[in-house]
Design a protein around this ligand. Structure first.
Ligand SMILES: Nc1ncnc2c1ncn2[C@@H]1O[C@H](COP(=O)(O)OP(=O)(O)OP(=O)(O)O)[C@@H](O)[C@H]1O
Length: 392
C-alpha cells in the first residue's frame, strides 16, 4: 500500500469508527453552554507584512462548516501567520477575513479574538499548571449549567481515555495526554472554528499517530470546522479534507489529498510530498526519454527541456525484456515496504524504489526497472517556458 492510499484509508477508518460518544455527550449539554454551529471561515485576498516585508500575499481560501483544512508548507511560508490572522491575534495588512459571511477583519472593522468564538490548540498544550485536568477542561465554559457542563466534560474525557486523570495536574500527564486534554478543552465550548498550530509535532511518532487518530475522531464527531497547520505532508493527507499547499506566503495549490499527491502543480510541490526520482531530458517526437523508458507527452513541444518525475513507487520490476538493469546498492526493510537504492549505468543519481515487501519481483543484487507511466509526472525544466505537469 503506498503512502497516499495508506493516508486515505486511515482517514476513512477514522470517520467510520467515530463513535456516537460525543454526540451523546453533546445532547446532555443543554444548559451547559450555548451550542454553536460550526462556521465557514474565508480569507479574501489576504496579505500581511512585517515592517514592510510581505509574509503573506493574496491568500484566498475558505473552509466549509465541518471541514478540516490543513495549511501545509515548509518552515517560514506563513502558515502560523495566517492562523494568527484568523484568530484575531493580529490584523492583516490587506484583504478581508469572514466568519459565516460576516467580516471579522478588514476595511469594515476588526472583531477582537475573544469575540470570534474560535478555539485554539498549539504544539505546547498550554494547559494551566495550577488547575486539575477537569478544571482545565471546564475553564472555557464560564456561563451556564455547571452540572451539565461537568457531565459533558467527564464524558468527553472518558471518550479520550482520560477519566483517570480528571483530578490530576497537567505535570503528572505525558505529552500525548496533555495534548488530548488541550483538544478537549478547546472543543468544550463548541468553537465556531478550531485553529490548530502543529498540534502533534511535539509528540513522538507512535504517540503522534494515536493522538492524531483520536483528535480526528473527536473533530468528526463534533462536526467541527478546523484549520490545522502542519509541515508534514503525510499528516496533512491523513487528516485534511482539503489541503492548502503554501510557499513563500502564497497558496500554490489547494485540493483534496489524493489530487494534490497525484497532480502536484509543479516540481517543487511534487518534491514536497515525497522523495522523487528525477530525469532531466528533452522532448523528441512527443516523448520524454529516460534510462527506464519513454513517456508520451503529446502536449509538450519537441525540443522542450523537461524533468520526468517518478516517485519511488512508480519504479516497477520490468517485464518482457523492457526496462533497464541496475545494481542494488542499498536495501532497507521498513516493515510493510522495502526501500531499495539502485545504480543504473550511465545515470549519475541513485534511483530510489519503494515496494511492498510481499510483492517481490526485485530480489537479488541485480534488478531490472521500468517506469509506471500512469504514476509518472513531467514538468518543464524551466517553469517560465511551458505549462504544468502531465500525468503520462
Ligand atoms: N512578529 C513577527 N515579526 C516579524 N516577522 C515575523 C513575525 N512573525 C513571523 N514573521 C516572519 O514571517 C514569516 C512567516 O512566519 P510563520 O511563522 O507564519 O511561518 P510558518 O510557515 O508557520 O513557519 P514554521 O513552520 O516554522 O512555524 C517568517 O519569515 C517569519 O520570520
Amino acid at each position: 500500500m503506498d503512502r497516499i492510499e495508506q493516508a486515505v484509508r486511515t482517514r476513512e477508518q477514522n470517520v467510520v469508527t467515530s463513535s456516537a460518544a460525543f454526540e451523546t455527550a453533546g445532547r446532555s449539554q443543554t444548559g451547559a453552554q450555548q451550542a454553536v454551529s460550526p462556521a465557514r471561515l474565508a480569507f479574501q485576498s489576504v496579505g500581511h507584512s512585517y515592517g514592510g516585508a510581505a509574509v503573506l500575499t493574496d491568500v484566498t481560501l475558505s473552509v466549509a462548516p465541518g471541514e478540516i483544512l490543513c495549511l501545509l508548507g515548509p518552515s517560514g511560508c506563513g502558515k502560523t501567520t495566517l492562523l494568527r490572522l484568523a484568530a484575531g491575534v493580529e490584523a492583516q495588512t490587506e484583504g478581508v477575513i469572514l466568519l459565516d459571511g460576516h467580516e471579522v477583519a478588514g476595511p469594515q472593522g476588526f472583531v477582537p479574538a475573544e469575540e470570534r468564538g474560535l478555539g485554539l490548540v498549539f504544539q505546547d498544550y498550554a494547559l494551566f499548571p495550577h488547575l486539575t485536568v477537569l478544571d482545565n477542561v471546564l475553564f472555557g465554559i464560564r456561563r451556564g449549567n455547571r452540572p451539565a457542563a461537568m457531565d459533558l466534560a467527564q464524558r468527553t474525557l472518558e471518550r479520550m481515555g482520560l477519566t483517570r486523570y480528571a483530578d490530576a495536574y497537567p505535570n503528572a500527564l505525558s505529552g500525548g495526554e496533555q495534548q488530548r486534554v488541550a483538544l478537549v478543552r478547546a472543543l468544550m465550548p463548541r468553537p465556531r472554528v478550531l485553529l490548530m498550530d502543529e498540534p502533534f509535532s511535539g509528540l513522538d511518532r507512535t504517540l503522534r499517530h494515536h493522538v492524531r487518530r483520536d483528535a480526528l475522531a473527536l473533530l468528526r464527531e463534533t462536526a467541527s470546522t478546523a484549520v490545522v497547520v502542519t509541515h508534514d505532508p503525510e499528516e496533512a493527507m491523513q487528516i485534511g479534507d482539503r489541503i492548502a499547499l503554501m510557499r513563500a506566503g502564497r497558496v500554490v495549490q489547494e485540493g483534496d489529498p489524493a489530487s494534490l499527491y497525484a497532480r502536484p502543480v509543479d516540481l517543487e510541490a511534487a518534491r514536497f510530498f515525497s522523495e522523487v526520482n528525477e530525469f532531466e531530458t528533452t522532448i523528441r517526437d512527443g516523448c520524454a526519454m529516460t534510462p527506464l523508458g519513454q513517456i508520451s507527452v503529446p502536449d509538450m513541444k519537441d525540443g522542450a527541456h523537461v524533468v520526468v518525475v517518478a516517485r519511488p513507487d512508480a519504479l516497477l520490476p520490468a517485464a518482457d525484456g523492457r526496462g533497464c538493469p541496475g545494481r542494488v546498492v542499498d536495501r532497507r526493510f521498513l516493515g510493510e515496504i522495502e526501500r531499495i537504492e539502485v545504480e543504473v549505468e550511465g545515470f549519475p543519481q541513485l534511483l530510489v524504489v519503494r515496494r511492498p515487501v510481499r510483492c517481490g519481483g526485485l530480489a537479488g543484487d541485480t534488478v531490472t526497472l521500468a517506469l509506471d507511466p500512469e504514476a509518472t509526472l513531467v514538468f518543464p525544466s524551466d517553469p517560465d517556458r511551458a505549462g504544468g505537469a502531465t500525468g503520462d
